[in-house]
Design a protein around this ligand. Structure first.
Ligand code: GCO
Ligand code: CA
Length: 260
């Protein structure tokens, strides 16, 4: 279907070496996009590129840290020179530190804000300038349940993801006139390596999430692909500044008592 077709499009997915980033990258590739993946870890990048290539996707990789604006600027130049224009930017790279607010080291708080929020801004500004010149672009910020809700131990992550939601709206406001659609995806609770420590058997959080999610299960990373393709394609050309929550219904409900 033409509206969702991404052939002749190139997508840069930061941190697209595993988990949700990889699942979204695969969705984009299946819709026809060429992939450019960034990582801070050469071995992870190699592994991911080998996987993408084994699936027959066109993919290249670049090593950089999204918080280092000098290096990011150089690498974006290199990507556009070697591969071609970046049509779709997925700000997926992110970290989490779980620690109660009373004891969270300030250094850790800053680090999470730096990667999850400032990093997305750096990427958006540097790729956005190119998109403005071309009068075309898609930016997809990977938000979170924590863009809307708090939870014990994730103060820095919630602050960053709430900030990323508002950054999405602000960039949409400034750049819609340049035919750049800036939107977000808010994944619910997904089975990835990031949530592994809270999913392990015996951790009450595991049952809590399953009962808190109307769909009654953890998300499978592949559940995100359709929304990523929609927000990367012509189909969303008049959608600006929206966060689409892909959460099995968590945000739709107040939850239920344990006897229901
Ligand atoms: C946590 C989880 C979450 C998820 C996700 C929810 O500790 O609560 O890790 O933060 O990763 O972002 O949408
Ligand atoms: Ca993961």
């Amino acid at each position: 279907m033409k509206l969702f077709d991404l052939s002749n499009k190139r997508a840069l997915i930061t941190g697209g070496t595993h988990g949700l980033g990889m699942a979204m990258a695969e969705g984009l590739a299946q819709a026809g996009a060429e992939l450019v993946i960034s990582s801070t870890t050469p071995s992870k990048l190699e592994e991911a590129l080998a996987y993408y290539k084994s699936k027959g996707y066109k993919a290249s990789g670049y090593i950089f840290d999204v918080t280092d604006e000098k290096i990011v600027a150089e690498q974006i130049e290199a990507i556009e020179k070697n591969q071609g224009p970046i049509h779709i930017l997925v700000n997926n790279a992110g970290i989490i530190k779980r620690e109660p607010a009373v004891s969270m080291p300030i250094e850790d708080f800053r680090c999470v804000i730096d990667v999850d929020l400032v990093g997305a801004f750096i990427m958006s500004q540097l790729v956005g300038r190119k998109m403005i010149e071309r009068n075309e672009g898609k930016i997809i910020n990977i938000c979170s349940m924590m863009s809307e809700l708090g939870r014990n131990s994730v103060s820095a992550y919630a602050a960053a993801k709430g900030g990323l939601k508002m950054l999405t709206k602000n960039l949409a406001t400034e750049w819609a006139k340049h035919n750049i659609q800036v939107n977000g995806i808010g994944p619910g609770y997904f089975a990835t390596s990031q949530t592994e420590p809270i999913r392990v058997d015996g951790n009450p959080f595991n049952e809590f999430i399953i009962s808190r999610t109307p769909a009654g299960r953890w998300g499978d990373p592949e559940d995100l692909a359709g929304t990523a393709v929609f927000l990367a394609s012509e189909a969303s050309r008049f959608v600006n500044g929206q966060i689409i929550y892909v959460d099995g219904g968590i945000l739709a409900t107040i939850g239920k008592p344990s006897n229901e």
